[in-house]
Every structure is written in structure tokens, then in C-alpha cells.
Write a protein that binds this ligand. Sequence first.
Ligand SMILES: [Mn+2]
Length: 371
Amino acid sequence: MASTRSRRAKAKPARRKTRPPLTKAGYDIIGDVHGCHLELTALLKQMGYSKRAGVWRHKQRKAVFVGDLVDRGPAIRETLETVAAMVDAGAAHCILGNHERDFIYYYMNRGDGKPIREHNKVRKKQLRETHRQLSVEEGLISHWISWLRKLPLVFEAPGLRVVHAAWNHNAVEYWRERNLGDKSLYMELSDHKTKPSAYLDRLLFGPWLTYEKDGKEKTTRVRWYASADKLAGTTVWHGAFRRNSKLPRREMTDQEKRLLWGYPSDAPPLFTGHQSLPLDAKMKPMRANLACVDYSAVYGGRLCAYRWSGEKVLKASSFVAVPAHPKTQAAIRKQKEIEAARQAEKAAQAKQAAAAAAAQDAAPASPAASP
Ligand SMILES: [Mn+2]
């Protein structure tokens, strides 16, 4: 004990490592927010943005959001308000994420009275928080749907590219001048096999492949940016975005290998989100010209940004992040508990109804009813 105390007494006061404020022009590319508004404002503050006349701005820089503002987190409305104020004032750019797409698909009609994609359990569950939080006021949902529909699918500036999940030449060419504001595309988009749909999936989800494990069908996201001929061996394990020991070591089929379409090493630096990297993942580029900025804020990780100032070779020291806020995590846990209780009550009611129906069937027919 005594030695610990003396060591402590001798220790110099901890010096915090701080980076000098960035005054160079450039873009700060911010990862999937998913309703983590406390983290968003903390990150903006940390990067030297300040709120003036209701808009977070930086004197020299602009923010770029990679999409997925909605779903899961506790402050979806506030997140949309903050980001939209920045975009509308020219302080930021924002592209569409797969969660915004699904939000739009759920509420927009494809022209024959039906929604773009059929409502099912999975889609309802994914949208639950967005729907719940935006249902507090009449017209909020349609307001945000019409704002989100105008978002582009890619962001490009000289020497810079941003897309939600994966860059694919043909898909970018198709969607560069289009967005979900164009209702004439909705009928085609309602079928996932059409060209516009398939291209949208490439940009917003990237490729994935399915495999069998213990008799069950599983999926894994694919390292699309590594072309097949550059991978040491092209087993499913090698091709997976996030390798884990459970992935099969069987060779990828030729069709699967085509999902590794590659990202050229001389192409402009590209930023993506979408991948919700592990909570303990080190923040660093995946390639000299490719970085993912989704470090899983909503799952208790970090809200991350890459501060890009024109460099061709990306560097780990340009990442900044704020940790998930305990209040955000507590609100998510609480909402999950409320939902679990609601589901349990529903199940109990269904069980009771089934038991009552069974009792009725078992009861002898009343003599009056038989001739
Ligand atoms: Mn996401």
C-alpha cells in the first residue's frame, strides 16, 4: 500500500493529449449517427464547430454525413433537425443510407396504392424507433420523408468520394444524377431484381454472400474493395468484410468471387459507413485510399469522423471520435425493456385466447343445437 501511495505522490499530473484545432479547409466525414444526438453535438464541438443561428458550422470546413441518421437511437428527431439545418444552410452534405431508404420505401406509395416494399415484421421492427419518435406530431413523418427523398446517393468533391456502403462504377453512374425524389422509379424499385434496385443495393448495402452453417443459412458482408486476384486465397473467410473463425474455409465460387470487384489503388480516397465495426476496433483506414467511419456509436462504440484535408493517402491520425454517451445507452435499454414487456403481454393474451378457443372446442355440443 505504502509503495502505491508514494508512487502516486511522485506521479506527474496527467497531461491530456490534444490536437491543435484544424484551420485547414476540408471535409469532416461523419459515420452512422442512428439517433445518437448527444454524441453528434459532442463530436461537432470537439471538431471546432459551433452553433450559430441554430446551425452547427465550422469556419473553414464542411461536414459530410454518410447516411443512417435514423433508426435505433433515442434522439432521431433531434438528429434529423441538426443535420438538415446544416445541410440546408450549406454547412454540411448528407447522402442516403439504407435505413433512410427503408424508411422512404415503407411510407411511399409506388403508384398503385401499395407501398414500395411490402410491410413485414423485419421492416416494422427496424423502423420502430423512427416511427415512434416521429409519431408525436402530425405531419412529422411526411415532412422528414420528403426531406430525405432529396438526398443524393453519392457525394463527390475534387479528390474525394463518399458513399454509404460500397462504390461500384455502374451503380454510381446510374444513381449519380438520380435520387428517391423521382417517383417514376418507384414501381421498378418495388422489385429488388430490377437494375435500379440492384444498383441501389450495391451502393447502400454492398455485396454479401450466403453460406450454410449447422444447417442454417447465414450471410456475410463481402470485402468488395479487394479484387479477387489480389486476395491471398479466396475462401469465404478471406472474402468476408469482418473475418470470424466461424466462417467456412471453402473456396468462394466464381459467382461469389465476382462480388470482389475491387477499388483501384489510384482512385480518389473513398469513405463509407454501414459496417458497424467492432467496439474495440482501432480507428484506421482499410486501404491507403479507403476508410469506413462507422464505429458503432449506437451499439455503445464511438461516433467517429475522419478529418480530410485533401490528402491522397489516408492516415489513422486523422480519425476523431467521441464515445457512446451513457444516457443514450440507458435510453436504448429502457426502450427495449418497454418493448419486451409489450411483446410478453401480447404473447400472454394470445395464449389466453388460444386456451379459451380450445376449451370451447372441447365442450360437448349443446343438446339444443343438435336436431
Ligand atoms: Mn448503419
